[in-house]
Design a protein around this ligand. Sequence first.
Ligand code: FAD
Length: 375
Amino acid sequence: MKRLVLLGGGHAHLHVLQALAREPLAGAQAVLITPHGHLSYSGMVPGVVAGHYAPEQARIPLAPLCAAAHVTLVQGQAVALDAAQRLVTLSDGRVAEYDVLSLDVGGAQDRDALPGAREHALFVRPIETLVSVLDRLREQASRRALDVVVAGAGAAGFELALALAWGLAHLTRPGDGSSRVALVTGGTQPLAGYPTAVVAQGLKALARHKVTLFREACTAVEPGALVLASGARLACDVPVIATGVGPPAWLGASGLALDERGFVSTGPTLQSTSHPEVLAAGDVASRWDAPHPRSGVHAVRAGPPLALNLRRFIGAGQLQAYTPQRRTLNLLSCGERRAIMAWGDWVAEGRWAWWWKDRIDRAFIRRFAPPDPVA
Ligand SMILES: Cc1cc2nc3c(=O)[nH]c(=O)nc-3n(C[C@H](O)[C@H](O)[C@H](O)COP(=O)(O)OP(=O)(O)OC[C@H]3O[C@@H](n4cnc5c(N)ncnc54)[C@H](O)[C@@H]3O)c2cc1C
């Protein structure tokens, strides 16, 4: 029996679990190791923060998927990987040995990049923690006005700032004053890297929700304040760090070939370029032959080829090359039930775009939802 370890209950592994449920894997025992019993679907997280969805509506429970796939679910967090010995070590000291390893652990944020952030700030990753803390924040904001500053104005920071602005403004609260939200961009425009028309729509949405923009870098976090490069201190109850994702730190000593930033270097078949028995997909992986942005869309799309290639690697057959899509549809929620839709340089904004996004997101959740219990 070969031992297959699926590390991380991420977006690509959802599909692997479903594929294993449809067609069990002969000659292998599989385990899924992941810290939480569910995956928080990031596409709906801004909607949760804005109050459009309950947190449970954006969660995909992993236990039913594992049960259907005959995969053992192990709740745990990897802290080390020894690719030469084929061992994964978990934070509680347990060790998992594998013959084949599939990595879908997502990215991580460096908690020490910004002085004081580890102690005083809220990080957008892991998303599970973000969702539960922001849910508590809504309770606090229903009692008193809050100052929130989001540092990092990529898609996640942009959507979160608007979701917070809308969500906190629409809580019924006795007393004076309203919560205030600021967005610190790091010196650029928000949504840097997106087409100009998307940035223009984004700026309109930020203005509509009275999100204050600071186009400079954040240099430190202090209790109750965020310090900017100019020396200004932004008073805030909750600093949210939404700066870009990096690789999990423990990959550094794994012995796997990594790209220049430390992500797992993979090729067309999603295999590690140094260890063919290791496959990786989603934010943790970096395709040397077909670089693409890190996004949930790409992680989801990599699921089917990952499932196929794991099956072929364990069984028989030639592994299939996978070409990621060059363009993807971008849907950015704007706090209230409006969204920006972008396909290349084509951009539109409105309520219908949010409706469209809502349909896609709900359909995704339904696809992985446990079947209704038989009455
Ligand atoms: C607020 C926010 C909104 C976003 N909105 C969008 C969007 O609308 N569209 C879009 O395309 N992208 C969006 N993204 C980006 C998207 O979340 C990621 O690109 C996507 O989640 C990557 O999927 P993944 O499968 O690689 O990893 P994840 O979805 O991060 O899954 C990783 C899994 O691995 C587990 N894990 C982590 N570390 C370990 C460990 N050490 N051991 C074991 N298990 C571990 C985690 O608990 C998790 O279950 C958003 C991101 C944020 C923060």
